[in-house]
Design a protein around this ligand. Structure first.
Ligand SMILES: [Zn+2]
Length: 256
């Protein structure tokens, strides 16, 4: 009985949060004013390498995401000079709650609530109140070969990107951060969850290209450049990606 009461209360809170987040997202996807995005670096593994990388992180380097989105929006005919403005906020010391592995939908919903609570408690104030908050968690590549999966809370206006604290990875870090940012605006993944391959045609940057493989670029929500039917490469920087028409529709740039 107690368990059902707890689940009932959790569902009620989630419904309230979901409705208000949906209203905000609908407003943001109207693109009536510049979307303000604040990014906050976090030393995820407590390493000196991550600390050095964060200390050297320059605002202009993350602002590249805003320039990229401006170019892509123009390509899709959005009549706005600066659709997205990225600003670099101070780094945050306390880590966000870890994402649940497997564990079903209730765990995922609980995590999304914990994440909102953590963000509310730990996000420092910035000069401009951000519409979207992106948390960049850095790890020393010398001590680990893989980082956890990143997550953009659909309809949550906050995203988490797990990244390598290495100047060599800076370009691909921006690709991951942009991918998660687009999730917060309603964009969906365009790759096969089983084998990570981009889905055709929506996950291809140039679906009309003949021959179809190798592709030269990645659709940002597919995240990889397909080189043949079963292989795809990770793009090294945003220049190797574009926003396809389906993603543009999902985030409100294209109306049909
Ligand atoms: Zn994704």
């Amino acid at each position: 009985m107690y368990k059902y009461l707890r689940i009932g209360i959790l569902l009620f809170i989630l419904l309230t949060v979901a409705v208000s987040a949906w209203q905000t997202q609908t407003k943001l996807r109207g693109w009536k004013s510049t979307l303000q995005v604040a990014v906050f670096p976090i030393n995820a593994d407590g390493s000196p390498a991550s600390q050095r990388y964060i200390a050297a992180l320059d605002a202009s380097r993350v602002e590249a995401i805003g320039d990229y989105l401006g170019e892509q929006a123009k390509h899709h005919g959005l009549a706005m000079l600066y659709p997205v403005r990225i600003s670099l906020g101070p780094s945050i010391l306390r880590l966000p709650p870890p994402q649940p592995y497997g564990g079903g939908i209730l765990n995922a919903m609980r995590w999304s609530l914990e994440m909102r609570w953590w963000a509310w408690r730990n996000t420092p104030a910035t000069a401009i109140r951000p519409d979207v908050r992106l948390y960049l968690l850095y790890y020393d590549p010398a001590t680990r070969a893989v980082v956890p999966d990143s997550a953009g809370l659909a309809k949550g206006q906050l995203g988490i990107a797990h990244l390598f604290a290495s100047p060599r990875q800076h370009g691909s870090n921006l690709v991951v951060a942009t991918h998660e940012l687009l999730h917060t605006l309603g964009a969906t993944d365009k790759y096969d969850q089983g084998n990570q391959q981009p889905r055709f045609p929506e996950g291809y940057a140039e679906p009309e290209r003949k021959p179809r493989w190798p592709q030269q670029m990645a659709e940002i929500m597919a995240g990889r450049i397909p080189v043949d039917e079963t292989h795809a490469n990770i793009p090294e920087n945003l220049d190797e990606t574009l926003i396809g028409p389906q993603t543009a529709r999902e985030i409100g740039w294209l109306k049909n």
